[in-house]
Design a protein around this ligand. Structure first.
Ligand code: NAD
Length: 480
């Protein structure tokens, strides 16, 4: 059986204490590999390797750093099928989704930031006859990157690539639930010739390896994506140490559908924004608000689409829905389905665990589930479920839709469907949401700021925001 290893100081090494954790394939419920259960000693070793690599890496011209990152991108593209198969096995997502989204986006993260480093400019402020002020942006030093299980390689590289591009050295931890592609990435970094210690990938649990990253005094910043509760805990630990923090947390995103929309497009995209990756994307729109005059039409077409979402073996090309990531997570989502019944919801589709046959008989499968009749203030409509469960709610006025959309603690992403340009701008500006999509969903431009308001996080990733995060500005004034 496969035993993953840590990537420290340019080498693949066993955890210091020799402890391993089982890693389960969600589609089968069977252990398929073991991963290092690393502790503070492994993190200390990784930090020492990163500190040793830092002086040379930060002084390397951005062009040369960038060339190495682009090389990693090319290797990810070369191995797309192998990486997609690994991601699907580890996470339960359909292999077709990993091929189309996760792995290409991981490659483009490295390609984008590899070249972005060369375009990252600082400012000068000239005071006529008095002084020249200029700003230098120094890499922060050694930084920690911690990522979740839902888009494993995609979100892991989204942090690592800008940190490396900015001249930082990295100690990174993927989720212990989906470590496989991060391990394969470490092999590709060795092949690409990334200097030893520049990137260190340490596997293990949140309270073990993750906490040790957050607590290590030599780590200057933490870039974290994961749950809001974990984000709170990390902020509490890191804030007294004055570490810079970027926190990308949970969401409970509204999808607002006005009567003047292109209904066919709104239905098709809403099926994706509800159920892609089994609803386990922080950007999924799990609260669908539909203007009353088209409510029945939308509902009929949406439910017809849901009926087509085949739940099956993630490796099979025809499966539109794979497995949820773990038994514990499946149970959590099922508990919200029970709660939706208790809160008075009417089940329109799904609601049950799926029992497949053969290889997947013990997998964690769930029907895509739709409820209506739940008020905007009930728990099901306020708490993040992070699974294939959505609610449909009719609304009468724009004001009402906005009030409900903004009526949660979260503020990550929102989608609006309308052909009225004035309304699109008006509603977008009034939404308490870091990201707003109009007549689209999950559209990606790596230059745009990515992140949430309210309990969805602090700071932004993407483009120049990410390069600014991983650097410290220094202002220098020369008297004329
Ligand atoms: P999680 O918070 O349980 O874990 C995320 C990572 O943090 C894992 O690597 C975990 O090992 C680590 N961790 C846990 N405890 C830690 C600690 N004490 N110190 C340091 N690290 C620790 O989240 P998850 O269940 O893996 O992911 C699902 C959550 O992530 C959802 O809430 C989802 O909305 C959120 N998410 C947000 C975004 C975004 O961009 N805002 C993207 C994807 C997922």
């Amino acid at each position: 059986m496969l035993h993953l290893r840590n990537y420290i100081g340019g080498e693949l090494v066993a955890p210091a204490a020799g402890r391993y954790l089982p890693n389960i394939e969600p589609a089968t419920g069977q252990v398929f590999s073991h991963i290092p259960d690393s502790d503070a000693n492994d993190i200390a070793r990784a930090v020492a390797a990163a500190e040793a690599a830092l002086p040379a890496w930060r002084l390397l011209p951005a062009e040369d750093r960038g060339r190495l990152l682009v090389r990693v991108a090319e290797l990810i593209e070369r191995d797309l099928d192998r990486l997609a198969a690994a991601e699907s096995q580890d996470n339960g997502k359909p292999v077709t989704l990993a091929q189309a989204v996760d792995i290409p986006r991981a490659a483009s993260n490295f390609a984008f930031f590899g070249t972005a480093a060369q375009h990252f400019a600082s400012e000068t402020h000239f005071q006529e006859g008095v002084a020249l002020n200029y700003t230098v942006r120094h890499p922060l030093g050694v930084v920690g990157c911690i990522s979740p299980w839902n888009l494993p390689l995609y979100l892991f590289t989204w942090k690592i690539a800008p940190a490396l591009a900015a001249g930082c050295c990295v100690v990174a931890k993927p989720s212990e639930i989906t470590p496989y592609t991060a391990y394969l990435l470490s092999e590709l970094c060795i092949e690409a010739g990334l200097p030893a210690g520049v990137l260190n990938i340490v596997h293990g649990t949140g309270p073990g390896a993750g906490q040790a990253i957050v607590e290590h005094p030599a780590i200057k910043a933490i870039s974290f994506t994961g749950g809001t509760k974990t984000g709170e805990h990390i902020a509490r630990t890191a804030a007294p140490m004055f570490k810079k923090l970027s926190l990308e947390l949970g969401g409970k995103n509204p999808n607002i559908i006005f009567a003047d929309c292109n209904l066919a497009e709104a239905v098709q995209t809403s099926l994706r924004s509800s159920f892609a990756n089994q609803g386990q994307i922080c950007l999924c729109g799990s609260r669908i608000f539909v203007e009353r005059s088209i409510y029945e039409a939308f509902k009929t077409e949406f439910l017809a689409g849901v009926a087509q979402l085949t739940v099956g073996d993630p490796q099979a090309a025809g499966s539109r829905q794979g497995a949820l990531v773990s038994e514990a997570h499946l149970q959590k989502v099922l508990s919200y389905i029970e709660l939706a019944h208790l809160e008075g919801g009417t089940l329109l589709a799904g609601g049950r665990r799926v029992q497949l046959e053969g290889r997947c008989a013990d997998g964690y499968f769930l029907q895509p589930t739709v409820f209506e009749g739940l008020g905007p203030d009930c728990r099901v409509n306020r708490e993040e479920i992070f699974g294939p469960v959505v609610t449909l709610t009719p609304f009468d006025t724009e004001e009402e839709a906005l009030r409900w959309a903004n009526g949660t603690d979260y503020g990550l992403a929102a989608t609006i469907w309308t052909r009225d340009l004035n309304r699109a701008h008006r509603v977008a500006h009034a939404l308490q949401s870091g990201i707003v999509w109009v007549n689209t969903w999950l559209h990606r431009d790596l230059r745009t700021p990515f992140g949430g308001m309210k309990s969805s996080g602090v700071g932004r990733e993407g483009g120049l925001e990410a390069l600014r995060f991983f650097t410290e500005p220094q202002s220098i004034t020369i008297k004329l």
